[in-house]
Design a protein around this ligand. Structure first.
Ligand SMILES: Nc1nc2c(c(=O)[nH]1)N[C@H]1C(S)=C(S)[C@@H](COP(=O)(O)O)O[C@H]1N2
Ligand SMILES: [Mo]
Length: 199
């Protein structure tokens, strides 16, 4: 029998792991919510994309689930310094949702049930970088983690991954969201440690 140290669970653990600067690994899934958890019944849930010209594209829960789903496995990085590696999700790519949306906008402001907002460049939602996720680790997404559905945009700090996502407004000009207005970085790249304005 070989000798295996108790904390060793596979290739992603230990010396070979590369984390963004200032981050530490966690195995749990902390809950970070700026307010109470909104409870949205799937039958009441809808997701709206509004373009810079005011055109609206809307999906019901059923319509979302009828779109082809993807199963990304990604690392996530919270600005409070925890990182979680190899998280497994199921959801619809923003490439799929935006395929028939006619827009020349450069920016997106993401809105949540409950009033949370966050902003990012539209290009960061495209090219396989972002999903509307409705399952985590093989289960329906729990309400405290954003169920029925949340944005998942793992290459930016996790505050950009709006829970209880309700819609996205596409805009010609950038507009800060909830944490960005409170002094957090406008873009939030964990690898460049863009935590706060001026980083
Ligand atoms: N609607 C909404 N989305 C949110 C937040 C929030 O407070 N409200 N917190 C953000 C922050 S700071 C983080 S780190 C992640 C936390 O997601 P989790 O609670 O599933 O870990 O959600 C992000 N999305
Ligand atoms: Mo966070």
């Amino acid at each position: 029998m070989g000798i295996v140290s108790p904390g060793f669970h596979g290739r992603r653990r230990g010396a070979g792991v590369k984390l963004p600067p200032g981050q530490y690994l966690t195995e749990d899934f902390p809950v970070l919510s700026a307010g109470p958890t909104p409870r949205i019944r799937p039958e009441d849930w809808e997701f709206t994309v509004t373009t810079e010209t005011g055109q609206e594209h809307r999906w019901s829960w059923r319509e979302l689930l009828d779109l082809p789903g993807e199963t990304p496995t990604v690392d996530i990085h919270c600005v409070t310094k925890w990182s979680k590696l190899g998280t497994s999700w199921e959801g619809v790519s923003l490439d799929t949702l935006l395929a028939d949306v006619d827009t020349a906008a450069d920016y997106a402001l993401v809105h949540s049930y409950g009033g949370y907002t966050t902003n990012l460049p539209l290009e960061d939602l495209l090219d396989g970088q972002a999903w509307i996720a409705y399952r985590f680790d093989g289960e329906d997404l729990a309400p405290e983690h954003g169920g029925p559905a949340r944005l998942l945009v793992p290459h930016l700090y996790f505050w950009k991954s709006a829970k209880w996502v309700r819609g996205i407004r596409l805009m010609d000009e950038d507009e800060p969201g909830f944490w960005e207005t409170a002094g957090y970085h406008d873009y939030g790249d964990p690898w460049r440690e863009q935590r706060y304005q001026g980083d």
